[in-house]
Design a protein around this ligand. Sequence first.
Ligand code: MN
Length: 517
Amino acid sequence: MKNFIQLNKNDVRKRFNFLCKIEEIKQTSGPTIFTINDGSRSIKSVAFSNKPGTRAYPELNSEDIIEISAMVSERDGIIELELKDVKLVTDDFKKKLFIGQLNAILDKESTADDVEFIVESEPIKKLLPHIKKVASEIKKAILTNRPIILRHHADCDGYCAGIALERAILPLIKKRHETDSAEWFYYKRAPSKAPFYEYTDVVKDLSFTIDDMNKFGQKAPLIILADNGSTHEDLLAIKKIKIYGAKVVVIDHHFPGKVENGKVEVDKYVDAHVNPYLIGFDSTLTAGVLGTEIARFINKDVDGIKHLAALAAVGDRAKGPIIEKYLDIAHKIGLDDKYLAELAECIDFESYYIRFMESRGLVNDLLGSDVEKQRQMVKLMIEDINQRKETVLKATSHYMKRDDSGKYTIITLQADGVTSRGEYPAIGKTVGMTHDYVISKNNGKGVISIGIGPDFMTLRMSDEVDFNINTIIEELKEKMPYTAVDGGGHEHAGSIKFLEAGSQEIKEFVMNRLKNL
Ligand code: MN
């Protein structure tokens, strides 16, 4: 008696009996392919019906437990089976016992890898149980052929988180399926324009998902939300995809609302959640920092990611002693502060034009899989970006309104007045650039910058400002419920959305509130 993992070339043409579970069934134009698992590993087995292209054993379904007699064969150097006789196991006790064994094996194999943190800090140590849970859910998805959709915010931090995780996940998918094409079939990455899982995103994901489930018999996916996923605004999309049996894990550092007993609102619906606010910390550990750390718990052999934590931190302007240590690591491999800042800008620039595409190759090159191309691209793009920045600052410093009557300097910009439609930088980035520029000339007085659109505001606050943007959103919700106000983000960088009819009233309230801090 052998199990799947013990089969080798000497067994070709020999016949064996196995007890196993059907993981996947695929119909080709020839035989039917059953992917089966006996607990030692999964293996492809082919079965022929009377007519090519028609289902063999049409009575069998995924998840069924079967007893088989099969002949070992070899195809392109890979050991396969040819099904000769199949019996569905109906004995309940036998079935339950075997499923129990399979689950125990799966739990063991999907345990997070045993690694140290790249930078060990108090908050990351406290997050360890959350990190292990996320890593193990991801490993489990790979081991059970559950497709993965990685959704990340389309900024430098979100891209760093996404790519760090991708570099850990793809080799495991290839190993699991023994083919290069599996990394396209079982994995997709998709940037999200908003810093949360938008309804348009989930509709797109679900459309593909349901089609793939029907066409290829795929399982419902595991959705990984990176630099996204923790807030009230993510809830509708998360709840929607859960209806289809998807699993959802979240790696985020946005302000997730009130924490009670270490839990927040989305925790009721997601399968695992890493966010520094859950353990009483703040957004300093950015999604890219967290993603880089988590990647190694998924795959301890992951390569080429250690610089991504520093790059993410630079992109999201995270500072402090913990971040310094991540920066040191990047410095040691030849990325100095100036280059990191330029690269971060280039990624923001590129992501603006990539929009919702995956662009796996291009993004990978830009994030360092081809260092020579990366250097060339940064050199080319940064010149253009700097020119645009100059143009933007000339315009915004001319058209911005400045109010110094309160404790902090308040800068306001009319969004559609100072941006060019369809071109980088859009309003959020434009406010950011202007904000930094004003800070640099403000002799330490705190600065609040606001970009005002017809139905939104985007806000930035300097370190000196003692205020959380989410507070003002809560107040507006209570005072003007008829304006449909919503929004969020970080304590010092976020946006407010509302109905255009309420814009005047909301603007007055916000200005008054901020002037009188
Ligand atoms: Mn971020």
